[in-house]
Design a binder for this molecule. Structure first.
Ligand code: IVH
Length: 674
């Protein structure tokens, strides 16, 4: 049992928490850090150390506890203090002016000011605070009852876990209050997460909004924590009612209290100013790091809001001006399979060119045959095409009406690769078709483009046209050949002058300095994405060690399971790949790295953590096991060596007992690992 803690230590921990909260606020809310990541980590580690040595000090508001939440079997329902409403939409200036007319008529005034805010395209979420402490996060649900997603919301760094008394005072916010706002996933995080999912053979999310909804309703808070979510506040309630007398005041107060409030807002004196704001964001919205689908216009005065009231599910005092969807309707002229670096054949719709969001779209991805079946799409069909957070536009649905007759030609996946004629197969249980020819030129081009991309070897200037020329002329047969290119070679190609040639060669030369994890990622081993490459580099410390590792040894690496281990094994067993690695070694790439020091006491042992641990956060326990060479798995099976059970352990504990797996407590774990 935890013993009493010295008051001095308690003070020290609180002072550290204060500092950490301040720097989290600078970083996650203001986007303006004052210290380096390393300095921040130092503060956090210091606090973690003190708390783990003195567990009595831990409280749920500590910044160390963001990821500590335990997985839930499901979500509890929670009632909203007042209904979470939606908004009526306007699609044109006329509709907007109609709305203003109604506002004038019902309020009997014309001198109304409007707050203009971006309509963030995420998911609305209520945050309940008691005594200035974050207590509950609730999804919108049906408007009156939502789901309690507190442990997931806790992991979002722009949500303050506590609001200090001074801040409440300064902003004139009461200590018990409710904030409503939008949870969203920035586009960059969305792309990165989707890429990782695809590398792990998981289905990609269609857009950041779906990804947000999926993440907020995730049952494992540690997963939510990894997906860089953001939260913008736009309402402040007390006892279910708007607290301040103006929306503009609410926004300023929320900002003062330390919430992230969108800075792109304007208090407009009249509808002309509103319209100017709407127009000014129409073109600029693409430059935002997150998606918006319109502008929300709110009557600024709370008194007039009350006067205007609600119709059914939406307030009369606000309206959402929706920008034309970044989509368009056009006809599919053909569906053509395109071969990627893994040999995957992606069916691509060739469209009658259609302008969408400032560019002309002529191609859209259909992902795979399952997606074609889901959409029921045929060649000749009229379809709706959308450009979302992803770079490649996609077909959203078939348009069916008299003006848009249905096509009749079904797309069929070819049996032979359209690039090399090799056999095309669909592995059982997978959605994708692949060309099995290892020497398919399409694979080579895709592999080189992947190798040169920014997150891999970062060779700027090595784009599609250059890569195609290099591979078609046989000048580059694998990525190692890039390092043998000379200026004369490059000058023989189309559209390459002296300057470009020099730049490309300098970029290639520079890439030699990139660390081992990039080289591993660059090899293009199936299922080995950026994260896995990093874990492999840290675990083994050299490419040779990875090449010589057995499947069991590979599986000791964080997040590497049998499927990834098998894929790595297969890659290095291939003679061509072996030669490639040797050529890269000769080219001078970095083959060794800093091995993360690890103990050996738990090598080969698999642990499952369940319930609430008292002495460590879940992440700390995981790290402790991994640092001693052990592995942590998410589910109990016959292969599990130990289940570490905290309080309120549920079904995993039952399963362990059923299978006769040893169940231990935290102290025993410390002894085993230490
Ligand atoms: S105010 C009754 N402000 O749009 C007031 N909503 O279509 C309703 N949204 O459910 C919310 N940005 O999820 C408001 N600045 C903003 C918003 C916003 C996005 C979302 C919100 C709401 C939906 C309604």
């Amino acid at each position: 049992m935890p013993t009493a803690v010295e008051p001095k230590l308690e003070k020290k921990a609180e002072a550290l928490r204060e500092k950490i909260r301040h720097h989290e606020y600078r970083y996650y809310v203001l986007d303006d850090p004052e210290i380096s990541d390393a300095e921040f980590d130092k503060l956090m580690n210091e606090l973690k150390r003190i708390e783990s040595e003195n567990p009595a000090l831990i409280n749920p508001d500590s910044p160390t506890q963001r990821v500590g939440g335990k997985p839930r079997e499901g979500f509890l329902k929670a009632k909203h203090s007042s209904p979470m409403l939606s908004l009526d939409n306007a699609y044109s200036e006329d509709e907007l002016r109609d709305w203003q007319r109604r506002v004038h008529e019902l309020s009997g005034r014309t001198d109304i000011e409007y707050m203009c805010e971006l309509k963030l395209d995420g998911m609305s979420l209520a945050l309940v605070y008691k005594e200035g402490r974050f207590e509950r996060g609730i999804t919108r649900g049906d408007g009156s009852i939502g789901e309690d997603v507190t442990s997931n919301v806790r992991t979002v760094r722009s949500v303050p876990l506590t609001v200090a008394k001074e801040r409440l005072k300064k902003s004139a916010i009461p200590s018990d209050f409710e904030v409503r706002g939008e949870m969203l996933m920035p586009i960059a995080a969305f792309r990165k997460m989707n890429e990782e999912r695809e590398q792990h053979g998981l289905a990609a999310f269609a857009n950041p909004r779906n990804f947000t909804a999926g993440t907020v309703r995730q049952l494992e808070p540690s997963i939510t924590a990894q997906r860089r979510m953001d939260y913008f506040a736009y309402m402040l309630l007390r006892d279910g009612k708007t607290y301040f007398d103006r929306q503009s005041k609410t926004m300023n107060a929320l900002e003062m209290a330390g919430f992230k409030v969108n800075p792109n807002r304007k208090l407009a004196k009249n509808l002309d100013e509103v319209w100017k704001f709407i127009q000014s964001w129409e073109g600029r919205r693409a430059s935002l790091p997150y998606e918006i689908d319109g502008i929300v216009i709110k009557v600024d005065s709370t008194a007039w809001q009350r006067e205007l009231g609600f119709t059914g599910k939406a307030p009369r005092w606000a309206i959402a001006y929706k920008y034309a969807a970044r989509g368009g309707i056009t006809q599919i002229e053909n569906i053509v399979p395109q071969v990627g670096r893994t040999g995957k054949l992606t069916p691509v719709a060739w469209l009658k060119p259609v302008p969408i969001g400032g560019t002309t779209v002529a191609r859209a991805t259909l992902h795979n045959l399952d997606e074609i079946a889901r959409l029921g799409v045929k060649i000749g069909d009229w379809v709706e095409v959308e450009r979302g957070g992803d770079v490649i536009p996609k077909v959203v649905k078939v348009v069916e009406d008299a003006a848009h007759p249905r096509g009749t030609k079904q797309f069929e996946m070819p049996e032979h690769c359209p690039v090399c004629g090799g056999n095309v197969v669909r592995t059982e249980g997978e959605a994708d078709h692949r060309c099995v020819n290892a020497n398919c030129p399409a694979k080579l081009q895709g592999t080189i483009l992947h190798f040169a991309s920014r997150h891999v070897m970062n060779i700027d200037g090595l784009g599609e046209s250059l890569v195609n020329q290099l591979s078609e002329r046989g000048m580059v047969k694998n990525v190692a050949d890039l390092y043998k290119l000379t200026k004369e070679d490059l000058l023989r190609l189309d559209r390459i002058g002296e300057k470009t040639a020099d730049n490309v060669l300098a970029e290639i030369a520079n890439s030699r300095k990139l660390p081992l994890e990039r080289v591993i990622f660059g090899l293009g081993i199936r299922f080995v994405g950026e994260r896995t490459a990093k874990f492999l580099a840290e675990h083994f410390g050299s490419l040779d060690a990875i090449m010589n590792a057995s499947a069991e040894q590979l599986e000791e690496v964080n997040e590497v399971g049998p499927r990834i281990a098998e894929s790595i094994g297969e890659f290095f067993a291939d003679a061509h790949n072996h030669d490639l690695v040797e050529d890269l070694r000769k080219a001078g790439l970095i083959f060794t790295g800093q091995k993360k020091a690890k103990g050996t006491k738990l090598v080969g042992k698999t642990f499952v953590l369940t319930g609430t641990l008292e002495r460590h956060t879940r992440d700390e326990a995981k790290l402790m096991i991994e640092d001693a060479g052990g592995r942590v798995s998410g589910s109990v099976s016959k292969k599990t060596d130990y289940v570490v059970a905290g309080t309120d352990a549920g079904s995993k504990l039952d399963k362990a007992r059923e299978l006769g797996v040893s169940v231990i407590g935290e102290e025993e774990l410390e002894k085993l690992a230490g």
